[in-house]
Design a protein around this ligand. Sequence first.
Ligand code: ATR
Length: 277
Amino acid sequence: MTDKYAVIGNPIGHTKSPLIHLAFARQTGQDIDYTAIEGRIGGFRDDVDAFRQAGGRGINITAPLKLEAFKYATELSGPARLAGAVNALKFEGDRIHAQNFDGIGLVRDIVQNLGYPMAGRRVLLLGAGGAARGALLPFLEQKPARLLLVNRTVAKAQSLVGQFKPYAGGEFSCCSYPELGDIHEKFDIVVNATSASLRGELPPVHTGVFAFRCLAYELAYGKGLTPFLKLAQGVGAERLADGVGLLVEQAAEAFAWWRGVRPETAPMIKTLTVPFL
Ligand code: ATR
C-alpha cells in the first residue's frame, strides 16, 4: 500500500518538497505519495489531525507553522527541543515524534557538499531568529574555533548564547552589527540566517568580515544574487551558496527517518540549483 506523506505551510504554492521526496522515492524504490497542504493559520491541529485520519504517516512543516508543530508533538528530539521548532513529524499510533533537520541539513551542505569544514574555523552567523536558532547546536557540534552570533536586536543573540553556551567547545559569543564593525575580525564561513534577503535587504554587515577563501552562505533559496551574496562576491569570497543544498539535505534526513533508507542528494541539488548571474 502507498504510504502518505505531505508538507504543510502557508503559503505553500512554491514548495519543492513534493518534487524532492517523490524523486527520492523513485531513486530508492519506496512506494510513497507526497502532497502539499496549505495549512490554515490557527488551524494546524485540525489540518494535521485530518491528514493523520486519512492515513498520513509523516509530514514536513514549513513557515510559519514550525512552532505549531512543536506544540503538537508528543515526543521531541533533542535538536527540535533546542531549536524550539519542528520541521518533520512521524506518526506512530497516538505518538507524534518530532524532529528539526534544518540545522543538520545546513551543516551537511556546508561541510560535505561544499567542502568547507567548520572544525577549527572561524564562523560568523548573522541573525537570531528561528533559522539561526536551529543552526546553533549543529554548528557548535562541529567544534569551530570561534562562533560569533550577530543580531540587530542584540538581546536575542545574548539569550541564545546563554542557552547554547554549554554546547560550545571553542569561543562562542555575540555582538551587535556596530560592534562587529569595530572588531576587525575575519571569518572563514559567513552564514546569513536573517530574513533580510526575503525583502531584498542587506543585514548591516561590513565587507571586512570575509576572510580570504571564505564561504558566504545565504540561507534563503532561489533569491538569486541577494544583497548579502553580492557584497561577498564584491570582496572576492571564494564560494557563494544559497540554501538549495540545505533544502535537499533536510529533506533527505526526513526521508531517511521515515523510510529507513538514505537517498543520494547530489542529483536533486543539481536539478534545483539556479546559477547566480
Ligand atoms: P526566521 O524564522 O527566518 O529566522 P525570524 O524568526 O522572524 O525569521 O527572524 C528573522 C531574523 O532576521 C532576526 O534575527 C532579525 O533580526 P531582529 O531579531 O533584530 O529582528 C533578522 N533580520 C530581519 N531583517 C533584517 C535586516 N534588514 N537586517 C538585519 N537583520 C534582519
